[in-house]
Ligand binder design. Structure first.
Ligand SMILES: C[S@@+](CC[C@H](N)C(=O)[O-])C[C@H]1O[C@@H](n2cnc3c(N)ncnc32)[C@H](O)[C@@H]1O
Length: 497
């Protein structure tokens, strides 16, 4: 309960649950949570017991904590008392995935400091970090780039499947945290006998500047994509605002990232995009990708819009993130600044989504897939992205005749729902539902339902459709022209494999 409340930014249950940890010498977890996640002091003796090999002096020397009243005497004060308070200097917590356990330090959260954040605040692991980590297609590759590494969380994930990793940031504080976290986890992996993890080279600079001329098979970035008004009254945080107006940072990443991709290389990032009056998000992406093809390296593009907000919803989200309480004067000022900024550019909606770009290995024309998926999706999503990239590329390179010559089968996570009015013999609606992946639900007509019923990997689509045409007494060519686009659509998203 306390952990769930913390995720809603309510520290009280966790503070109560760890009240006795302040002085406890037998509750390492409570002591560390209270100190490093809640940002509250504990007694030196309690910390000494929680960190038996590092000790309080070691934690002070590493810059993780400070002693109330200065450094003198470290764990004990001049009189040898060990009941001094220890205060945290950073957030430090365990984090991992199915295969890894890491520890990650970052700046103390707003909740812990109880006041406004510094402009160069180094963000801990948040919802956007875990979204990108989940959606990353984790192919084993030689070289990868984590652009805007922050505390280094994406770089840590890359250590599981990449030979050489470069991580960049414009913030020196972020690079220092990333260096600490990499060193800490390299050491932990060695001491746990988990095997060596590759080191991470850290470079400072703006967007792709530090890696100009280099090539990567994978680029990941959770960039500072938040659209922030250029208003002097607003706090600007490096972690969420890249110093550019509107959505130009994401747009320039789209335009330029191809220059650092190997043929066959993939770039994945999160972004926001502005949709102005009279336009759709598809128009916006059409323009961005045309611009990329004209001015940069043309890339295959798979963009999945996950959310679309109006300017007020967007302003409420980010004004709160700045620490201003709804109803306060500061909040109203920020809210109004966002609304004015969007109104000045005629912005009516702001899209959020996951962008996957792929550099073709040949000079074939590129493909585009602009999809919406607002519902729950598989976790992790990386395998879906990986399979979807391969499927889309295959479909692009093969004719309708070649699609017909494959013996497709329905994926194991696909089920069918039949809905009808009570008593009716035939269903009026047939829905085909994907259990994993993008969780797609497709309404199937008679032909598609009939085909999916026999798509078991034995018959080619052509043979199956010919048989269906014979049974229905229709022309096979008509069946092909209705069904091949639908088969392509289902193959692209993995409902047919
Ligand atoms: C949203 S944080 C992402 C941190 C981390 N990668 C994650 O996934 O949680 C964005 C990071 O980009 C950095 N950044 C901001 N502007 C940048 C720029 N122009 N070039 C490179 N990095 C930038 C920030 O300092 C911050 O560390």
């Amino acid at each position: 309960m306390a952990s769930a409340a913390l995720h809603r930014e309510q520290p009280l249950p966790a503070l109560l649950a760890t009240e006795s940890s302040v002085t406890a010498v037998d509750d390492a977890c409570g002591v560390l949570v209270r100190l490093f996640a809640l940002g509250r002091s504990v007694r030196a003796a309690a910390l000494a017991a929680a960190l038996p090999s590092l000790g309080v002096d070691g934690a002070v020397a590493l810059g993780l904590v400070r002693l109330e009243g200065g450094r003198a005497g470290f764990g004990a004060d001049r009189l040898g008392r060990t009941d001094r308070d220890v205060l945290p200097l950073c957030d430090l917590r365990p984090y991992g995935d199915d295969a890894h356990d890491w520890w990650v330090a970052s700046d103390l959260s707003e909740l812990a400091v109880g006041g406004p954040l510094r402009p160069d605040h180094v963000l801990g692991i948040g919802g956007a970090s875990t979204t990108l980590a989940s959606w990353t297609a984790r192919r084993s590759v030689e070289r990868a780039l984590d652009l805007g590494t922050g505390c280094g969380v994406q770089a840590l994930h890359l250590t599981g499947h990449v030979g050489a990793i470069i991580a960049t940031d414009i913030s020196e504080r972020a690079l220092a945290y990333a260096a600490f976290n990499v060193a800490l986890n390299v050491a932990l992996a060695a001491s746990d006998g988990a095997g060596a993890i590759p080191d991470v080279e850290l470079l400072s600079g703006d967007l792709l500047d530090p890696v100009a001329g280099q090539r990567f098979s994978l680029v990941v970035s959770n960039p500072p994509f938040v659209i922030t008004p250029r208003d002097q009254d607003l706090p600007l945080y490096e972690y969420r605002d890249g110093g550019r107006a509107g959505d130009t940072l994401v747009r320039s990443l789209v335009r330029q990232v191809g220059t650092v991709l190997e043929p066959g290389g993939v770039a994945q990032f999160l972004g926001n995009w502005e949709v102005r009056a009279g336009r759709t998000w598809l128009d916006v992406w059409g323009d961005w990708l045309d611009e990329q093809a004209r001015e940069g390296v043309a890339l295959d593009a798979w963009v999945i819009q996950r959310e679309s907000q109006d300017p007020a919803e967007y302003a409420e989200l980010w004004a709160r993130d700045g620490g201003a309480q709804p109803g306060s004067e500061a909040h109203s000022r920020m809210y109004a600044a966002w609304l004015r900024d969007f109104a000045a550019r005629g912005v009516e909606r702001i899209g959020f989504g996951v962008v996957t770009l792929q550099r073709p290995t040949t000079d074939r024309p590129t493909w585009r897939s602009l999809d919406e998926a607002h519902g729950p999706v598989a976790a992790p999503m990386g395998p879906t992205i990986d399979a979807g990239l391969r499927a889309r590329t295959w479909l692009d390179e093969h004719s309708d005749d070649e699609v017909l010559d494959v013996a497709w089968s329905c994926a194991a996570d696909v089920t069918e729902e039949r809905h009808g009015t009570p008593g009716a013999e035939d269903p009026s609606v047939i829905l085909v539902r994907q259990g994993g992946g993008l969780g797609r639900v497709v309404r199937a007509g008679t032909l598609l339902a009939a085909y999916l019923g026999v798509a078991d990997g034995e018959l080619t689509a052509r043979v199956a459709l010919d048989a269906i045409a014979t049974v229905l007494g229709t022309d096979a060519a008509d069946v092909y022209s209705e069904l091949v686009p639908q088969v392509r659509d289902l193959v692209a998203d993995g409902l047919l494999v």
